[in-house]
Unconditional design. Structure first.
Length: 124
């Protein structure tokens, strides 16, 4: 059986072969915190939420894909896009509301600002 993992602004999610969400690790509801997570990923560093979810899901599924360019030295295939990423993009508003990241547009706007600020601090 296969599972597909994907990262989005509200956390790391896993879907089964049918696209059903089977597990998740949510981020804090803090755009600055999530910005730092995204920068870690960009710099090739695994984030705790991905590692924790990977460890749980890999016990139940023998094939795993991650929607990312890097596999972070995990036994996982990279696949862009993958099924879970597609599901997340279709359901992001509902998931954000369900998990307290509502309105998602406001959270993503603040995330963009935080990413820019963090990047500028690193560059300067």
């Amino acid at each position: 059986m296969a599972a597909h993992l994907a990262i989005c602004p509200i956390g790391v999610f896993a879907c089964d072969e049918t696209g059903k969400l089977v597990d998740k690790e949510l981020f804090e509801r803090n755009s600055e915190h999530v910005a730092r997570k995204f920068l870690q990923l960009k710099n090739g560093k695994i984030i705790p939420e991905l590692k924790i979810l990977y460890e749980r899901v890999s016990k139940k599924y023998n094939e795993l894909t991650l929607e990312h360019q890097n596999n972070f030295d995990l036994e996982i295939q990279t696949e862009v896009p993958n099924l879970c990423g597609k599901v997340l993009r279709q359901q992001i508003r509902d998931l954000a509301s369900e998990f307290g990241f509502h309105p998602i547009e406001h959270f993503v706007y603040n995330l963009g600002i935080a990413l820019t600020e963090e990047t500028l601090q690193i560059e300067l």
